[in-house]
Design a protein around this ligand. Structure first.
Ligand SMILES: Cc1cc2nc3c(=O)[nH]c(=O)nc-3n(C[C@H](O)[C@H](O)[C@H](O)COP(=O)(O)OP(=O)(O)OC[C@H]3O[C@@H](n4cnc5c(N)ncnc54)[C@H](O)[C@@H]3O)c2cc1C
Length: 1015
């Protein structure tokens, strides 16, 4: 990311001074004119501004109002509407509203008028949305466009859509644009000419019909992790639209969305514009967001590219509409924030970009999208100074906003284009909330100029630091634990590094010399004659490893070695052990892509999931290192004549019996928790992920774990597992896996503890799966609910203990939800995990394949199949099972009760919210659960009533982060405290207190008499 890129410019200091003087003149004239046309107290604009103003002063009010606005269109049932208005605008909130609104609402709420009050609030909200939206149909939009034209304004139409999550939705979006581009130009050709609007560069006519579109809406799985696949799919839908525009007399402008898809959007735009059939077509354009630090660098690349193309393109410069999202998202992910963090920096970047584009106008046609009169005046002054013909440049503003400014700009003789969204109100709400956020922002020009009446000199001042503009990023807290950031695969270097690691791993496996996973005891690697092969689950022909099968004798020797190593490891001290864990984390960071690539082939984990697994393993090392040091602090309570010291001792040799589904993370978590508290460990990894376990073993030894304190026993669980559990010298068993095995271990451990001669009571820590549910409430944002359910149900093929395997949908939205869910599931890409475009890889082995298939057969017999993805020819090579969704599932039947651990999702219909909670809690498990709802009271009930160790509101239910979401369940889901949480390590230690009477003949040592805990 480059902050300091300075583009070349021909302008001297004298030029810049002259430009600045003109900016002031132009700016004052625009401002005066706009203020003359400002709305009075009776206009709708005035009330919109005021509403934003109230919200600006009160953050909580703002959140409540915007959330209420967001769910309004869903609430056509009067009772639901009344409930939501009451919940969001409770007495406390209403009391904070200004009079007369407060008085009106209070009167209406308390009496018979309550339903009318709710309806009035809804009507007002929808009216607000309509202010920004130019109609619901193309016909209405065309009429609105013509009205703008009559006011000497050009337009660009934008079809508002729900987030596209399926191929069918992408097809529908493309079809709507195709229709617009075919039907509107012939009508527009008959409109009377308007030279201010129609004359483009050199006097050539501009297309009268101009559309703006979002590339993410042209693909059901638009994702920067797979630029090639996404580009091909988008281009297949985009080319016909460009052809229609070119052939019928239209112009196409590509909008810019989040930073995560910015490079991909630019790549696709450049690809299509460079194709032979479009290369000499000038009526296309792209957006550059100047709140991005990379904006000017991107413009320089674009200019160089346009030079090669030989035909200019339009560039719409905006500041950007997703500032809050970009900031929050980057901070939460631990990534560098891609946007400027002070407003003046964005404004200055905008001016630098404007100057650059104006200077390159032969290649990049300038379109300035802004409501900031300083920004626009600057653009006008630069254009004048450079001698640009006004017809080469245009100003652009949003529909429903800043009408007085629009008047001022056209009166000054500049072409003004109005960006006009049209479409349904439900997707329109996201657009409305963006506009409200923008208008109520402390940094908004419109608010400063037209609501707060900031003096012109301040409004028009060149962007630069001011006393009030400092907005520092929250200080980085180095003392609290920070999660290891996930890899940002939107960045090309990250994709290249992962691809290279995948290729290296593939080449190694395909060379035909598989690595043998040995038994390792006391640091000695011993290969066993009895071995079993581990193949890539995506390819039966690719041998990943040969795994030695540890014997019962090995188990005995491993425990003995650990027992011998116990005193030394215990006495090494917690600081040393924590240092070893931190060193292990460093080694994992260095080998991050190699470790992820190994999982891709060994267990079929797609890229993102594999990367997240390694990051979690690093987190466990860092987190438990810190926690162990905290736990290891001496606890001293001294009273006069008495000293008390409490400390924790390691419990003893620990057997770690790990699963394959988080092959590095879970094994690391369980092993390092035991090690850091002083317990030697016998690792028994899952047979499917033995090579990853070997890598972990190597890393931990390299990091400094004494060889005797960590044994590796690969092999089949049923062979060495029971002997470890029953071994008299094994004090603790940590297990993650199925309920049946977990319960068996618990029983074996209890029996062994009661056996004659036993010297300790074994402790079992077991994590045993779930039958996790997400409730979809009748006011849920379906865009988000479908995405959350799909991600939670099919991420890593549903093979996570936290995966969603039941979705419980309220009756009123059941059919709408299910239709979108089925479309989204049908569009999932099933394939080898090595391919970055794969969303659903293979299941782990034949046994899993057969079990999942048997549940699918059962589903076909007992429920209604909603979606079934056929996997095609890859089924011959690997253990592929396409995602399946079944509706009308019996909550009490096997599909509603049993853990499937595969890509199979059951949909259950709930009569009402009580019924939904009852179904959600109606299994023996209690691991994860979630709800998608916009009702505060229902979210509150979910918080209290959902029976699960991890409850998630309005998000997916997988992907818990160490420390942020300590993970683990209760009931049949597990025994013990949560992994990655502050209590976890306590399970590996025994507390012990030593008390000394320090009085000798009435005399006690000085300085040791203070009562209370030692500091
Ligand atoms: C025709 C048109 C098309 C558009 N198309 C797109 C598009 O494709 N993609 C898109 O993202 N947006 C698009 N927008 C929206 C546009 O980004 C916003 O309307 C615009 O950012 C508002 O900026 P302004 O210059 O009008 O107002 P100003 O009030 O001068 O600036 C507000 C902008 O400053 C930025 N900002 C606010 N606080 C800070 C801070 N603390 N630090 C740094 N920066 C800050 C934010 O980007 C904010 O939007 C479009 C706008 C128009 C007019």
């Amino acid at each position: 990311m480059n902050d300091s890129f300075v583009p070349p410019s021909r302008l001297t200091a004298a030029d810049l001074a002259a430009i600045e003087a003109r900016v002031q003149e132009i700016g004052r004239r625009l401002l005066e004119r706009a203020l003359e046309a400002q709305p009075g107290i009776v206009s709708a604009d005035y009330w919109a501004q005021q509403a934003g103003e109230w919200a600006t002063h009160d953050d909580e009010l703002k959140v409540r109002l915007f959330r209420l606005v967001d769910c309004m269109p869903m609430l056509d049932d009067p009772a639901a509407l009344d409930r939501h208005v009451r919940e969001y605008l409770d007495d406390d909130v209403v009391a904070r509203l200004p009079n007369p609104l407060r008085a009106g609402l209070q009167a209406a709420r308390s009496g018979l008028l309550a339903p009318f009050a709710a309806r009035a609030v809804r009507a007002a909200t929808l009216a607000q949305a309509r202010r920004f939206i130019a109609g619901t149909t193309p016909e209405e939009a065309a009429t609105a466009a013509l009205t703008q034209r009559r006011r000497h304004r050009a337009f660009t139409l934008d079809l508002l859509g729900e987030a596209v999550i399926s191929d069918a939705e992408a097809d529908a979006y493309a079809a709507a644009y195709a229709r617009l581009l075919a039907e509107l130009p012939p009508l527009a050709a008959r409109w009377p000419a308007d030279r201010l609007v129609d004359d483009g560069p050199g006097g050539a006519p501009l297309p009268r019909v101009n559309v703006s579109l979002k590339l993410s809406a042209l693909d059901g799985r638009f994702d920067a992790i797979d630029p090639e696949g996404t580009t091909e799919r988008v281009l297949a839908r985009l080319r016909p639209l460009w052809r229609a525009a070119r052939d019928h007399g239209g112009q196409v402008h590509v909008d810019m969305e989040s930073h995560a898809t910015k490079d991909l959007t630019l790549t696709i735009f450049k690809r299509i514009a460079m194709e032979e059939e479009f290369r000499d077509w000038p009526h296309c354009g792209i957006v550059i967001q100047c709140y991005l630090r990379e904006a000017v660098r991107d413009l320089a690349d674009l200019a160089a590219w346009a030079e090669r193309r030989g035909t200019p393109v339009w560039v719409r410069l905006v500041k950007g509409a997703y500032w809050d999202h970009e900031t929050i998202h980057a901070r939460a992910a631990g990534w560098p924030v891609p946007v400027w963090e002070r407003k003046w920096e964005t404004d200055r970047c905008y001016e630098t970009a404007t100057t650059f584009v104006m200077e390159q106008s032969r290649l990049l046609r300038p379109a300035l999208g802004s409501h900031n009169l300083r920004s626009l005046a600057h653009g006008m002054a630069v254009a004048e100074h450079l001698g640009l013909d006004r017809r080469e440049v245009e100003m652009q503003m949003l529909y429903g906003m800043a009408d007085p400014e629009k008047e001022a700009v056209t009166a000054a003789g500049w072409r003004l284009r109005v960006y006009m969204p049209y479409g349904q109100l439900v997707p329109g709400m996201a657009y409305l909330v963006r506009r409200l956020l923008e208008n109520s922002s402390n940094d908004s020009f419109l608010r400063a100029g037209f609501v707060q009446h900031v003096p012109p000199a301040t409004l028009l001042a060149p962007p630069g630091p001011t006393a009030t503009s400092a907005r520092e990023a929250p200080p980085v807290d180095h003392d609290t634990f920070q999660n290891e950031p996930l890899t940002d695969f939107a960045l090309e270097p990250a994709r290249r590094a992962m691809q290279a690691a995948v290729e290296r791993a593939r080449a190694r496996f395909d060379a035909g010399r598989p690595e043998v996973v040995p038994v390792v005891i006391g640091g000695v690697r011993e290969e066993r004659g009895t071995r079993f092969p581990r193949h890539d689950p995506a390819d039966h022909g690719r041998l990943v490893a040969q795994v030695s099968a540890a014997t019962l004798g090995d188990a005995d020797r491993a425990v003995a070695a650990c027992r011998a190593a116990l005193p030394g490891w215990r006495d090494a001290g917690v600081e040393r052990r924590a240092e070893v864990l931190r060193h292990a984390a460093t080694l994992m960071r260095l080998r991050r892509f190699e470790l992820a690539a190994l999982q891709v082939f060994e267990v079929g984990k797609p890229w993102r999931e594999a990367d997240a697994d390694v990051a979690e393993a690093i987190d466990f090392c860092e987190y438990y290192a810190r926690e162990a040091v905290r736990l290891g602090r001496p606890r001293l309570v001294d009273v006069p004549g008495e000293e008390n010291a409490s400390a924790f001792l390691p419990r003893g040799v620990t057997a770690v019996i790990a699963p394959w589904n988080f092959p590095l993370a879970i094994l690391t978590g369980m092993t390092t928790a035991a090690l850091v508290t002083g317990n030697p460990v016998v690792m028994k990894p899952a047979e499917q992920s033995s090579l990853t376990a070997l890598r972990l073993h190597e890393i931990l030894l390299e990091a400094g774990v004494p060889p005797g304190a960590l044994a590796l026993l690969p092999g089949r669980g049923e062979q060495v597992g029971p002997s470890l559990v029953e071994h008299p010298d094994v004090a603790t068993i940590v297990f993650t896996g199925s309920r049946a095995v977990g319960l068996a271990i618990n029983a074996q451990a209890a029996a062994a503890s009661a056996a004659p001669g036993a010297r300790l009571v074994k402790r079992v820590i077991a994590e045993m799966g779930g039958k996790n549910a997400i409730i979809v409430d009748d006011d849920a944002d379906l865009d988000e609910a479908v995405a959350a359910v799909v991600r939670s149900a099919f991420g890593f093929q549903g093979q996570k203990c936290s995966a969603c395997s039941r979705v419980i949908v309220l009756a009123n939205v059941h059919d709408a939800f299910v239709a979108r869910l089925a479309g989204a599931v049908r569009s999932l890409a099933v394939g080898p995990a090595a391919d970055p475009g794969t969303q659903v890889g293979p299941v782990v082995d034949r046994e899993a394949f057969e079990r999942v298939r048997s549940f699918i057969d059962l589903g076909r017999r007992t429920a209604r199949e909603l979606a079934a993805v056929e996997v095609g020819p890859i089924a011959d090579r690997g253990w592929f099972v396409g995602p399946h969704v079944f509706a009308d599932v019996d909550p009490a039947g096997p599909l509603g009760q049993e853990e499937i651990f595969g890509p199979v999702l059951a949909v259950l219909r709930a009569r009402d919210f009580d019924h939904a909670i009852e179904i959600a809690n109606g299994t023996a498990y209690a691991l994860t659960a979630g709800i998608c709802s916009r009702s505060p009271s229902r979210l509150e009930r979910a918080r209290r009533e959902l029976a699960a160790g991890n409850v998630y509101l309005n998000r997916g239910i997988t992907g818990a982060f160490v420390h942020r979401q300590p993970f683990g369940g209760y009931r049949m889901s597990g025994i013990g405290s949560k992994a990655g949480g502050p209590d976890y390590l306590l399970q590996f230690v025994t507390p012990r207190t030593v008390t000394e009477n320090t009085v000798r003949r009435g005399f006690a040592p000085a300085g040791k008499t203070a009562a209370g805990p030692h500091p």
